[in-house]
Design a protein. Structure first.
Length: 183
C-alpha cells in the first residue's frame, strides 16, 4: 500500500494542491494531511497505518520533519518496520540501493550536525565565562543580604520576618543558611 503524507503551515492552498496532485500521481491510496493546528497528529496516524512492505511517500524531505536528526530518526523507524520511503521531488527511494546509501549519509550528517552544535555551545560558554558571565539561575541573595539575614536570625527574629526584610522566601533562607544555622 502506498500512503502519502503532506504538511503545510500556512494558507498556501496552491502548494497543497500541488502536493496532493504529486502524491496521487505517485499512486497513493491514502493521503494524510497535517496543518499547524494538528501538530503532527496526522503523521503519527500515517505511521501507524503502515505495515511491512508499504511505502510512505512525501513530495519533499522538508514535509517529513524540521530537523535532519528528526527525519533520520523517522526514516530509521520506517526501515525497522520494513517500510519504504519515497521523497518525489528529492528523487529519494529507500527501496533502492542509492536511497539506502543516502539514508546512511543523512544519518552521518545528523550526527555531525549534533556534534557541531555541541562544540559551538561549549565554545560560546567558554567565551562567556572569560567575560565573567556564568549560566544558570541568578543568585537568590547577595552576600550582604545573606549576612544581614544570618545576623537577624541569630538575634532571634523569626525566619518569616527576616525573609520579608531581605526580599527572599523562607525556603531560600533555609537552603542558603542551612537547617543547623536557622532556628
Amino acid at each position: 500500500m502506498k500512503v502519502g503524507y503532506m504538511r503545510h503551515a500556512g494558507a498556501d492552498l496552491k502548494r497543497m494542491d500541488t502536493q496532493l496532485a504529486a502524491l496521487q500521481s505517485a499512486g497513493c491510496e491514502t493521503v494524510y494531511t497535517d496543518d499547524a493546528a494538528s501538530k503532527g497528529a496526522k503523521l503519527l496516524a500515517a505511521l501507524g497505518s503502515l505495515n511491512a512492505g508499504d511505502t510512505l511517500i512525501v513530495t519533499k524531505f522538508d514535509r517529513l520533519g524540521r530537523t535532519i536528526r528528526g527525519v533520520v530518526d523517522l526514516l530509521n523507524q520506517l526501515a525497522s518496520k520494513s517500510v519504504t520511503f519515497v521523497a518525489i521531488e528529492d528523487a529519494v527511494d529507500t527501496g533502492t540501493a542509492e536511497g539506502r546509501y543516502l539514508l546512511g549519509v543523512m544519518a552521518r550528517l545528523a550526527l555531525m550536525d549534533k556534534a557541531l552544535v555541541n562544540e559551538r555551545t561549549k565554545m560560546s560558554l567558554a567565551i562567556a565565562k572569560t567575560k565573567g558571565r556564568t549560566g544558570g539561575r541568578p543568585i537568590a541573595l547577595s552576600p550582604e543580604k545573606l549576612d544581614e539575614a544570618k545576623k537577624l536570625i541569630d538575634g532571634g527574629m523569626p525566619v518569616r520576618a527576616v525573609a520579608k526584610i531581605v526580599g527572599s522566601s523562607q525556603a531560600t533562607l533555609y537552603r542558603l543558611l542551612g537547617a543547623k544555622t536557622v532556628g
